[in-house]
Design a binder for this molecule. Structure first.
Ligand SMILES: [Cu+2]
Length: 218
């Protein structure tokens, strides 16, 4: 089913009225010591981006271009482990930067639009678990794996290499129902950056099991 302009209009109206959309989700972006990862992220209207400082230095997420604040959002100084969230309610492209490192090119963009695959994301499978479009795929630095749970369940999301060896466990936890996503950064469980190759992501709950192919290009 294609998303019609009418549907889009209704969605936008809902967002403008402040009514949460059913697929609102928190999208993670990592702050590393010289860049945001991913540096461009596409979210649906109503989604929230959560920046987490996984670096060792102080950073910020500050909206604006050319290192000039535009006043939409400006996080406090985030130390290692610090997080900041911002909910995006209007469609558009929102550039941002780190106040400390913008002059070194530490910039990012949040693109807010109705993401293709939203129908799939909201059409939860009868087995209670569905996986949406993994994007980007192929990926270079990070890829986002969206999924949804119709009911709370123990969930395992594991990356295997081409010969079937487990290289990374992304999720192994009891999770509540809802739209989720997990980011894979191309690293293995031992902290090693894995080589360019085809990988498989296995999703497992007590009642379902499915596999998707992922291409990692370093
Ligand atoms: Cu910074």
């Amino acid at each position: 089913m294609k998303i019609s302009n009418r549907f889009l209009g209704v969605l936008v109206a809902f967002v403008l009225l402040g009514i949460p959309t059913s697929h609102a989700t928190i999208v993670p972006v990592q702050i590393l010591d010289s860049f945001f990862s991913p540096d461009s992220v596409t979210v649906n209207p109503g989604d929230t981006i959560r920046w987490t400082n996984n670096g060792a230095l102080l950073h910020t997420s500050t909206s604006g271009t050319s290192c000039v604040l535009d006043g939409t959002w400006d996080s406090p100084n985030l130390g290692p482990g610090g997080t900041f969230e911002w909910a995006f309610t209007t469609i558009g492209s929102f550039p941002y930067f780190c106040r400390f490192h913008c002059i070194f090119g530490m910039v990012g963009t949040a693109v807010v639009r109705v993401v293709p695959g939203v129908e799939e994301r909201t059409n939860i499978s009868s087995q209670g678990f569905s996986i949406s479009l993994i994007r980007p795929n192929p990926f270079h630095r990070t890829t986002i794996i969206p999924y949804s749970l119709r009911q709370a369940a123990p969930v395992k999301i594991v990356i295997y290499n081409i010969v079937g060896r487990r290289v990374r466990t992304l999720v192994d936890a009891f999770e509540e129902q809802g739209q989720k996503q997990v980011v894979w950064d191309g690293f293995g469980d031992e902290g090693e950056l894995l080589k360019s190759d085809i990988y498989f992501v296995l999703f497992e709950t007590p009642t379902s099991r499915s596999v998707r192919k992922l291409i990692h290009l370093r």
